[in-house]
Ligand binder design. Structure first.
Ligand SMILES: C[S@@+](CC[C@H](N)C(=O)[O-])C[C@H]1O[C@@H](n2cnc3c(N)ncnc32)[C@H](O)[C@@H]1O
Length: 236
């Protein structure tokens, strides 16, 4: 099936609200545990180190889970969508610990260097982030190189990198079937977005090529279950 891009930002208020209200808990929890399994060193940062950045954080589904799991880490969520970040900010205020451990920044990739200038001096700014993570951002980007460039610019030497995304099904019929199965009881806006996301997603071979071009061949890409891809590894 041919790739067709979808809009990059999820910046419609109703769309952001529907996404935030959807129950992705099981998939999100599974992703965070898989990530931790790859890097866990038994410390209170689960091997992800003192500063984690979550690219395309949306309403913070993964951001807050990481803050809860990796108590010794600070977690920065970055997204370009104002309504998504407004929801994330409201959630941040609800968790006493999150006020200290989570920050949120509105930055539109590729302008990732804005993140550094917007961060306060001190703990949030070191030689870079000890972990760069992302869930379901890659397929939104019209030029995927933007994400790999952001990884390079943000990561400290030896940083952990973990990224998960949908992978593009082989045929439109397979994409329709996934959508029907996954989004049976979801609102129309989510069903539509999910179908578009499947069509906009990359295959394993395409992501492997992106990594080669970005000189990030140290990262490995693998298929996870019938729907996902994950990319992970440590930078040199
Ligand atoms: C499908 S959501 C995933 C949200 C979150 N990572 C999660 O796991 O629930 C993708 C997010 O990426 C954001 N996004 C897409 N393109 C972006 C860009 N160029 N710069 C910053 N954020 C972007 C969207 O606004 C949206 O919030």
């Amino acid at each position: 099936m041919e790739r067709i891009c979808e809009p990059e930002l999820m910046d419609d208020a109703a769309q952001a609200q529907a996404y935030a209200e959807a129950d992705f808990a099981a998939a999100d929890a599974a992703m965070v545990e898989r990530m931790i399994e790859h890097f866990d060193d038994g410390s209170d940062t689960c091997g992800l180190g003192p500063r984690i950045v979550d690219l395309g954080c949306g309403p913070g589904n993964i951001t807050f889970r990481l803050a809860d799991r990796c108590r010794g880490s600070l977690v920065l969520g970055i997204d370009g969508s104002e309504p998504m970040l407004a929801i994330a900010e409201a959630r941040r205020r609800m968790g006493a610990g999150w006020r200290h451990s989570v920050r949120l920044l509105q930055v539109l990739l590729p302008a990732i260097d804005q993140a550094r200038t917007a961060l306060p001096a001190g703990d949030w700014l070191g030689e870079g982030f000890s972990a760069v993570v992302s869930n379901s951002l890659l397929h939104h980007l019209h030029d995927p190189a933007v994400l790999w460039d952001a990884v390079r610019r943000l990561a400290a030497p030896g940083a952990a990198v973990y990224l998960q995304d949908l992978r593009r099904p082989p045929t439109p019929e397979a994409a329709d079937a996934f959508t029907a199965a996954e989004m049976a009881s979801a609102p129309e806006v989510l069903r539509r977005d999910y179908r578009h996301s499947l069509q906009a997603a990359f295959t394993k071979a395409e992501v492997a090529e992106q990594l080669e071009r970005a000189d990030l061949e140290g990262l490995q890409v693998q298929e996870v279950g019938p729907k996902y891809l994950e990319v992970w590894g440590r930078l040199a």
